[in-house]
Design a protein around this ligand. Sequence first.
Ligand code: ADQ
Length: 482
Amino acid sequence: MSKTIIISNRLPLQISLEDSNLEVTPSVGGLATGLKSFHKDGDSIWIGWSGLTEEEIPENLLDDVKEKARKEDCVAVNLSEEEIDGFYYGFSNRTIWPLFHYFMEYTEADKDHWETYKSVNRKYADEVLKHYEDGDHIWVHDYQLLLVPNMIREKQPEAIIGFFNHIPFPSYEVFRTLPWRDEVLEGVLGADLIGFHTYDYERHFLSSVSRILRHQVNFNEITLPERIVKVDSFPMGIDYNKFEAAAQNHFKNTEEQRTELQRRLDHHSNETPEAKLILSIDRLDYTKGIANRIRAFEYFLDNHPEFIEKVRLVMLAVPSRSNVPQYQRLKREIDELVGRINGKFSTVSWTPIWYFYRSMPFENLIDLYTSCDIALLTPIRDGMNLVAKEFVATRINQTGVLILSEMAGAAHEMNEALIINPNNFEQISQTLIQAIEMPIEEQQQRNKTLQKRLKRYSVEKWANDFMKALHNTSQDRDAFKA
Ligand code: ADQ
């Protein structure tokens, strides 16, 4: 029987060492949680890095790591510290990530990083080839593995391969600046089906293929000498039922079950029922527009002092890629901004920004989503942004207002949110007032429509739609040959 082979940089589980014992915890993050149900329910294996470098795994535990992964139908790819440096922190996060998010000034072109990226992509492809059997469907994920589709294709020309890019694909004018642009496009074109979150990313990719590689592009099909490649948009959804159920449970919590954070947030609402809580949650990343958001909030308080003590920004930034210099600088910048603004506006009974720099357990995430009145998500660029969708799914009484940047892929599907340009502080400030003053009925009306859509376009449907389309490409291929 044929199976699906999922490949992503990280496995959906994280293996760590605690007092010389191996611990397995589920990975957080959109992709891991999203595909987990698809992986569990179907006949599939998942190939990726376990989270421990070769140097960190003691010789006698090597087989145990493999066994722990195998129990979850996972296969761990072993990577050394040097490989992680060049492949992950290097080429993936210092070249592709900034370039694809239009941060050209942050984009490095380091030949050694590129060489390591190639050899690590080869490692992932080799692992796939070890497990591949005729008829299997292969699904490669994201910008860390752009070369894997073609590396598999070279060895298995008949394989059915899908690729999904979770981040934006930039316009041709930006993409063309990459020194290894041909190799990257050829790598991805090893797939039969290439998926993006939005039609815009799809269009940008097609235009790069036609202008750089000069392949013929008809509508959403690329004609290669030996086969056709399909490109399409598949906007990723969330596990809606999980977030809805978690929010329902949150409200059923007894006094003892309530988390410390829930108590604090409830205390805030009881003490100052008219004061609005404005929430933001992101990985600490320059693409998420965190510094801009704080400046926009300052602009809002400067220009509308009537809201002093009437609003509070609750900001969760999850540590991320802290080995990369830009992330370290951003962390310092945000620390300074928060300090400056709290110093400037605080009163004896009020601080304008509550800032958490840490990862929080899922229950706390739900505490934040359910207790806040407004979500203010202002990425400068974002492939999709699942936080926007999760916030809406947890609003079980349909109150709450989502303010979302037009630069997030999610904005294309969430018209009922208040859509802003993250660089326009005056607009953000006016939109905050609109959100604060929005009548409950209007909030409910907007959220009802959003919830209906998010429930229907869940992550499960996303995965099934992609796999169905991939399956169809194999049938089209037979027709092409005939
Ligand atoms: P990210 O840039 O990581 O993902 P996002 O889509 O917002 O951004 O997903 C973050 C995920 O992490 C959410 O599911 C959220 O619940 C979870 N999360 C955040 N903080 C957490 C915490 N403290 N504890 C546990 N979980 C936490 C990339 C792209 C996005 C794209 C996704 C999926 O950059 O644009 O939407 O992949 O394709």
